[in-house]
Design a protein around this ligand. Structure first.
Ligand code: UD1
Length: 416
C-alpha cells in the first residue's frame, strides 16, 4: 500500500492523538549505548525510522523489543560492535548521532558518512570538529568515518551554527568525558532538552539544555532509566495545518503549546484560533486564512520542518506570502508537486513567493520525503477532485497511523 487517495474534506472535527517525537526518540535510542542494562522508553511512535534505529542498535549488539503498544525495551548486556553501516545511515541520517555515545563509551566508532539528499548536502563537519577538540581523531576510509580516542576531555565548544545533530553528538559524548564541556551556540530545540533530561536521569550532569549554553560535567559511568518521550511538535503542526486548510475544530490530544509558540503565533496571524486546553491543544479555523511572510530559523524560530505546511496554507490563503528557507537550501522540491496541483508559487533562490488561491486542483503527486508527503495530503483537503499521493510510504517513516488519524478527524482518504 503505497498510495493515498484524498478528496476535498472539512470542516474537520474531533480529537487526534499526538505521538511521541520522532526527532527525540531516535536520539534517546542512540543514548542507550552509553550504559549497559535495560531501558524502558515510553510514548514511542511506531514508525519506520524507529524500526530502523532499533535495527541499528540490534546490529551493534543490543536487544530491542516492543513491550506494549508504545513502549520499547532496550537491553545492552553483550559486547557492543560500535559500527553504523552505510545501509542504515543512508536510509536514515539521524543515525549519525550514534557517533558521540559510541566514541565516548568505547573509545572507537565507525560510522558511514551520510551522503546528500533531497534537502541538499548534510555535512557533519561541526560534529567532527567538536569531537576532535575533545580529543578524538578521525580518518575517512571507504566512505566511513573511523573515530578513535582515549577518554574524551571536556572542552569549550562554540558551534558555528546551532546544529541540532552536532549539539546532540557533543552532548552525548561529553557526559562521559573527563572534566567539564561547555557548548556555546547550542541548538535549543525541545528534543535537546528531552535528551538532556534522559541523560540526567541516567546520572549525567547537564545544565542549561534548551538554552544557547549547555554545561556538562563528565561522570565516570551512567545507568539505564525509564523515560517518556515528549510529544511530536511537527506531527502536531501537520494536524494544525489540516484544520487550517479544511476548516473545523479539532483537539490535538497530548500536544504541547510551549513547544510550538512561534508556530501558534504565526497561525494566529493567519486567522486560526489555537489555545492550550486540558487535553492538549484546541484549534479552530473557518474561511480562508490570510497570507503572512515566513522565515525558518533554529528554535525558538519557525522550524524548517513546518515549512511545507505553511507553504501549503499560503497556497490556499488570501494574498501573497514570502517564505524564506534559512536552514536547508534545497528543501523546496515538494513545491513542484504543489504547482502540479495548481498552486501559484515562484522560487527565487531560497525564497518562495506564494500567491494564494481559493481552491487547488487534485492531481497525481509524489511524496519526496516525510513532511513533503504530509503537506500534499493537507493540500488535497482543498483540491477539487481526487489527489493521489504515490510513494506515501515516506509519510509512514515519520507519522504514526497517519491514515487512521486523518480519517479520525473527518478527512476523506483511502489507501491503495
Ligand atoms: C534536525 C532534524 C530535522 C530538522 C533539523 C533543523 C532530526 C532527526 N532531524 O536535523 O528534522 O529539520 O534538525 O531543525 O532531529 N550543518 C553543517 N555542518 C554540520 C551540521 C549541520 O553545515 O556539521 C548545517 C546543515 O547543513 C543545515 C544546518 O546546519 O544547513 C542545520 O542542520 P542541523 O540542525 O544539524 O539538522 P539535523 O540535526 O541534521
Amino acid at each position: 500500500m503505497d498510495q493515498l487517495i484524498l478528496r476535498p474534506s472539512g470542516p474537520l472535527s474531533g480529537e487526534v492523538p499526538i505521538s511521541g517525537a520522532k526527532n527525540s526518540v531516535l536520539k534517546l535510542l542512540a543514548a542507550t549505548a552509553l550504559a549497559d542494562g535495560t531501558y524502558a522508553i515510553h510514548n514511542v511512535p511506531r514508525i519506520a525510522d524507529v524500526e530502523w534505529m532499533s535495527e541499528l542498535l540490534i546490529s551493534m549488539g543490543a536487544d530491542v523489543a516492543w513491550s506494549g503498544e508504545q513502549s520499547l525495551t532496550v537491553t545492552w548486556d553483550r559486547d557492543c560492535i560500535p559500527e553504523a553501516p552505510y545501509e542504515v545511515v543512508e536510509r536514515m541520517r539521524a543515525s549519525i548521532v550514534v557517533l558521540g555515545p559510541l566514541l565516548t563509551r568505547f573509545g572507537r566508532a565507525k560510522v558511514a558518512l551520510p551522503g546528500g539528499d533531497d534537502f541538499g548536502p548534510r555535512p557533519i563537519d561541526m560534529h567532527l570538529r567538536a569531537l576532535e577538540k575533545m580529543g578524538a581523531s578521525f580518518e575517512t576510509v571507504h566512505g566511513y568515518v573511523e573515530a578513535r580516542c582515549e577518554r574524551l576531555r571536556g572542552s569549550r565548544i562554540t558551534l558555528e551554527f546551532p546544529s541540532v545533530g552536532a549539539t546532540e553528538n557533543v552532548l552525548m559524548a561529553a557526559v562521559l568525558a573527563e572534566g567539564t564541556t561547555v557548548i556555546e551556540n547550542a541548538a535549543r530545540e525541545p528534543e535537546i532538552a528531552d535528551l538532556a533530561s534522559f541523560l540526567n536521569r541516567m546520572g549525567a550532569k547537564v545544565l542549561g539544555a534548551g538554552s544557547p549554553t549547555i554545561e556538562i560535567q563528565g561522570v565516570d559511568a551512567l545507568s539505564p532509566v525509564d523515560h517518556r518521550v515528549i510529544p511530536d511538535r511537527i506531527e502536531a503542526a501537520t494536524y494544525l495545518a489540516a484544520v487550517g486548510a479544511a476548516g473545523g475544530e479539532v483537539v490535538l490530544v497530548g500536544a504541547r503549546a510551549d513547544h510550538m509558540e512561534m508556530l501558534i503565533h504565526k497561525l494566529g496571524q493567519m486567522g486560526m484560533r489555537i489555545s492550550p486546553d486540558s487535553a492538549g491543544l484546541w484549534a479552530m479555523a473557518s474561511g480562508r486564512l490570510k497570507a503572512v511572510d515566513v522565515a525558518t530559523l533554529p528554535y525558538p524560530g519557525l522550524a524548517t520542518d513546518y515549512k511545507p505546511f505553511l507553504v501549503t496554507l499560503l497556497a490556499l490563503g488570501e494574498g501573497t506570502g514570502i517564505v524564506t528557507e534559512n536552514l536547508f537550501t534545497g528543501r523546496f522540491r515538494y513545491i513542484d508537486e504543489l504547482i502540479r496541483m495548481g498552486a501559484d508559487i515562484r522560487i527565487e533562490g531560497h525564497h518562495a513567493v506564494v500567491r494564494g488561491k481559493e481552491m487547488l486542483s487534485g492531481a497525481p503527486v509524489k511524496a519526496h520525503d516525510i513532511r513533503a508527503g504530509a503537506a500534499l495530503a493537507v493540500a488535497a483537503l482543498r483540491a477539487e477532485g481526487e489527489t493521489v499521493i504515490s510513494d506515501s510510504s515516506h509519510i509512514d517513516r515519520g507519522y504514526e497511523r497517519f491514515f487512521e488519524k486523518m480519517r479520525g478527524i473527518g478527512v476523506k482518504v483511502d489507501r491503495k
